[in-house]
Design a protein around this ligand. Sequence first.
Ligand code: HPA
Ligand code: ZN
Length: 342
Amino acid sequence: MTFDAITPDRVPALLRAMPKAELHIHIEGSLEPELIFRLAQRNGIALPYPSVAALRAAYAFTDLQSFLDVYYAGASVLVCEDDFFDMGMAYFARAAADRVVHAELFFDPQTHTGRGVAFATVIGGLSRACAQATAAYGIDASLIMCFLRHLSEAAAFATLEQALPYRDNFIGVGLDSGERGNPPEKFARVFARCGELGLHRVAHAGEEGPPAYIEAALDVLHAERIDHGVRCTEDPALVARLARDRVPLTVCPLSNVKLCVYPDLAHHPLARLLDAGIRATVNSDDPAYFGGYVSQNFVDAFAALPLTARDAYTLARNGFEASFATDDRKRGWVGQLDAVFA
Ligand code: HPA
Ligand code: ZN
């Protein structure tokens, strides 16, 4: 690669054009207000907001919990299998426009089963959307089932039990929802069981929680990637460990600003993480709520931080290498990436 020949004015176009893997997207966080209203109408559900504009106006978050309250309310319009399919396809249309070629989608079954929606309905619609993403857009897509960490260990085990008949429809498990006061240790036994089942394991840690939660996600849950992980910067020994062990962090810059982890993108540690040798990736988290899909996360972060064309290549390549795809597939996508930068 000859990065030095790429002038800074060309970088935004490259960021949009380069093939990408998206490894941290909550599919329920891709529900745009317009689709929330359409599904509410289709299912005869009354929303506590009079209009799309009023709903969008509620997206002024002060922390993770203030977002989760609105996010779970938005997800309440999902009732039938087609709702989950339509949500998935709306995301894949955006992802295709952003040149996402591989996506590993988080979904939160407990958000739905807790309202009486069958697990089969959720995974049926999402699995159909993943297959259609390949047929319609050539996107390789798979599912990661997240446990809600504000709920109990028993509830997580019950969810795993419900999921087992659909074991082949998802590739791994994750851990999301309110981090503070819900340390990884709470789910040690569930994750151990998931490991025995051959599932990949990832966990949100170090978004709002302390660096010790990142260590526990690695040591107790045996997480293969850390979602967010940005608060590792508070512990230099942990930064060194993450760099040494090449632990991928799925970083979501716009999310971190929207949820007030940082005051603005200029204060975001993405560039520092790369400089420290950490395998960082860029992702959208909950794009309908946080002001942009994955390309926007790249473009806005690069506008605010001292990041170069070489960093763009590294971040995109990290996304492929940190994915759970086969080595063959990874090599193919890195080849496509190389062609964009050649
Ligand atoms: N953090 C924790 N839980 C979540 C998030 C997040 O950013 N998005 C959706 N559920
Ligand atoms: Zn997340």
